[in-house]
Design a protein around this ligand. Structure first.
Ligand SMILES: [Zn+2]
Length: 341
């Protein structure tokens, strides 16, 4: 098959070309991929990959949507069915899976990280990793949804859920997860304050329901948040930037506020400022991915037409290198999608 393959680490280590078709061991289903979406994890795999055990060469990509080609008769999947991926390939039998927490599976293999990914014409994965595509979504939208939107769902509603009367601060609103969090805040009627270094992105975020946008190039974010909240601070902070924003997150949170972190694109070791954490009794949550129950809840709101993924751009598979470069430069507003012809 044709695929986007990481041959060696680094931007010049990605090749587009032939790769062996995936096998279908018992319990797996194979789909013909019609679209795939980029995630920051792709850049981590491309440039670093530390702590992730998969040999190169490997097919990149966490998200996919496509048609079932082959599946076991008792899998619940039928050939031709439109499905989308659940990137956390889980065993289904360990205690964590039995408890419904697939992201903590003892035998977890994340698609596109610990095993071959979705940027190819065919994808083989355990049948439980494929869910029906809601009728409201086309291929590109279905591919854009899984990793970013499930991650956002768990951050917003899986820890200490955002409530309608609350205010949330969301850093770096161009990225897929941050943008999904903004849409979800608007969906439940909460107030969202967003930050960006782009006036254009801030304007577009306000069109999506943000009550205010802060340009971090010429504002001190936490002070701007205090001005916008009459000195109170926000109930919740969504921080997937890390070192560069953590100080603002701690200072922008109201007394008893909560901070949810799901990524560290700017670094993982900011000063902890424990005095502020305990004096103000802040709550800090780590979050990543989502379990299947959360993913199904997300898909229900999508099927009801209450939430649609924001797509930045669609690139042919041959344009994967340019697509990855666009994400690396943080130029995007929403999800970057690959069309798999
Ligand atoms: Zn398991």
């Amino acid at each position: 098959m044709k695929a986007v393959v990481l041959e060696r680490r680094g931007a010049d280590g990605v090749r587009i070309g032939d790769f062996p078709d995936p096998a279908r061991p018992p319990g797996n289903a194979v789909i013909r991929v019609r679209a795939a979406a980029l995630n920051h994890a792709d850049l981590y795999m491309r440039d670093d990959g530390r702590g992730i055990t998969h040999e190169l060469p490997m097919v990149l990509g966490l998200d996919a949507a496509g048609e079932v080609v082959e599946a076991d008769p008792d899998s619940g999947l039928t050939p031709g069915q439109r499905v989308m991926s659940y990137p956390m390939e889980f065993c289904g039998t360990c205690p964590q899976c039995q408890a419904g927490e697939q992201p903590w599976c003892e035998n977890l293999r994340i698609i596109g990280e610990q095993r071959h990914g979705t940027y190819g014409e065919y994808l083989s994965a355990k049948a439980g990793c494929f869910l029906p595509v809601p009728d409201t979504l086309d291929w590109h939208q279905a591919a854009a949804l899984p990793a970013a939107y499930m991650t956002a769902w768990r951050m917003m509603f899986g820890k200490a859920p955002l409530l309608p009367h609350e205010t949330v601060l969301i850093h770096g609103v161009g990225g897929g997860v941050a943008l999904a969090c903004l849409q979800m805040a608007a969906m439940v009627g909460a107030r969202a304050i967003v930050t960006s270094g782009s006036a254009d992105k801030l304007a577009r975020a306000e069109e999506l329901g943000a009550v205010a946008g802060i340009d971090y190039r010429d504002n001190t974010v936490w002070k701007a948040v205090m001005d916008l909240t009459q000195g109170r601070g926000v109930d919740m902070v969504i921080d997937n930037v890390g070192a560069a924003t953590w100080g603002d997150s701690l200072r922008a949170a109201a007394w008893g506020g909560r901070i949810v972190t799901c990524g560290t694109t700017s670094g993982a070791q900011p000063p902890a400022d424990l005095q502020r954490v305990f004096v103000r009794q802040l709550r800090i949550f780590g979050s990543t991915a989502a379990n299947l129950a959360e993913y199904r809840a997300l898909l229900r709101t999508v099927a009801e037409g209450r939430l649609l993924p924001v797509i930045d751009s669609v690139h042919p598979m041959d344009g994967a290198l340019e697509a990855l470069a666009r994400m690396a430069k943080a130029e995007q507003f929403g999800k970057i999608v690959l069309d798999i012809p």
